[in-house]
Design a protein around this ligand. Sequence first.
Ligand code: CAA
Length: 378
Amino acid sequence: MEFKLTREQELVQKMVRDFTETEVAPIAAETDRTAQYPADTIEQLFRYGVMGMNVPKEYGGAGADPISCAIAVEELSKACASTGDIVATHNGLCCGPIINNGTEAQKQKYLRMLTEGHKVGAFCLTEPNAGSDASKGTTTAVLEGDHYVLNGSKIFITNGYVCDVMVVFAMTDPSKGTKGISAFIVESSYPGFSVGKHEEKLGLHGSPTAELVFTDCIVPKENLLGVEGKGFNIAMQTLDGGRIGIAAQALGIAEGAMAEAMAFTKTRVQFGRPISKFQNTQFKFADMHMNIEAGRLLLYKAAYAQATQKRFSLDAACAKLFNSELAMKTTTEAVQMCGGYGYTRDYPVERMMRDAKITEIYEGTSEIQRIVISSNIL
Ligand code: CAA
C-alpha cells in the first residue's frame, strides 16, 4: 500500500489548483451573489480537459482515473462548490453511465459531444414523489415504432437549464417496479423537451438547478442506454460514482473553509494577540486537520475502489457520508471562528456554510448513506 499520488494525479492536482486560484477563486463570491452560471469558467474547463476528464481517450476525453477526477472536484470546490458541482455532475452522472453502459455508437456520438463538443451533461432521476425512494418515478417511456415517447417531469436537476445531453430514467413497464425502469440518452433539442422551474436555493447559487419536463418527447430507439428494465441498476451504479464526486466536493469545501478561518485568526487581534494564539482556536484547527485527513483517505480509498472493483457502494457511501458531515461541521466552525465578520458576505465562510448543506442531501441523503452502509456490512 502506498500513500502517495501518481505523477499524473499530482499533475492534475497542480493544474486544477493553479486554475482554481487564478480563475475560480476571484469570481466565486460574485457567482454566488448574482446566481450566475459560470459559463466562461466551464468553457475553460472543457479546454483544459477537466469537463469529461473521465472519458476514455478514444472518445475524446483524457482517460483520467477516478482519483484524478476526485482531486479535480476537490480543488475546484475549495474556492467554488458550484463549479465543483457542475463538473462532478457532468463527469460522474452523465459521462459515467454512458462510459459504463453505452454502445460503441452511443459512446462515439455522445462522449465526443460531452468532451470535444463542449456540450454539458445532466442526470435525471428525481421526481416530485420519488426522491430517496428513487424507484417510484412515474415518468413513462413508450416504444412507438423507431422511437420512445417520454412523458413526465424531473426535479432538482443539476445543470438543468444549461444541459445539452441528459441521462433520463423512465418506466418502460410500470407493472415490474424497479425492473420496469429504463435509461435513455436525451438531447435538449428533442421535440417535447422543455425546462420548467429554475430553483432558487440556499447555496450553490452558480450551479443551475431546474425542473425538466418531457411532454410526448420523442427519443430515438437507439438512445436506450443498456437494456430495457436495467435502468434502476444503471442509476444506482452511477450514483455510487456520483457520491464520490460529492465527497470530493464536500472535502474541498471543508478545506477551503479551514484555510479561510486560519487566515482570519492569524490576523484578527483580540485581548492583545491574534486569536490563532489562543489554545481554544488551535485545538479547533487540530481537530479540523485530523478530520480532513481522515476524509481525504476515505475519499481516495473510495475512488481507488471505483477504479479497481465492480461494486464500490460501501466505500462510496462512507466517503460521502463522512465528508458531507465534515463539510457542514467545518464550515459552521469556520463561521464561528470568524465571528461577526464570518456571518457577513464580505467573508467567504458563510457562502461555504450554505454550500456545504446540500452535500448532506443530494445524491442520497446522509440517512440513505447509512442505509447503504448498514445493508452492506450487516
Ligand atoms: N449498483 C448496481 N445495482 C444496484 C445497486 C448498486 N449500487 N444498488 C442496488 N442495486 C440493484 C439491486 O441489486 C436490485 O437489483 P435486482 O432486483 O436485479 O437484484 C435493485 O437495484 C433494487 O435494489 P434495492 O431493492 O436495494 O432498491 P431500493 O428500492 O430498496 O433502494 C436505495 C435502495 C439505496 C434506498 C436507493 O433507492 C437509493 O439510493 N436512494 C437514493 C436516491 C438518490 O441518491 N437520489 C439522488 C438523485 S440524483 C441527484 O441528486 C443528482 C442531481 O442532479 C441533484
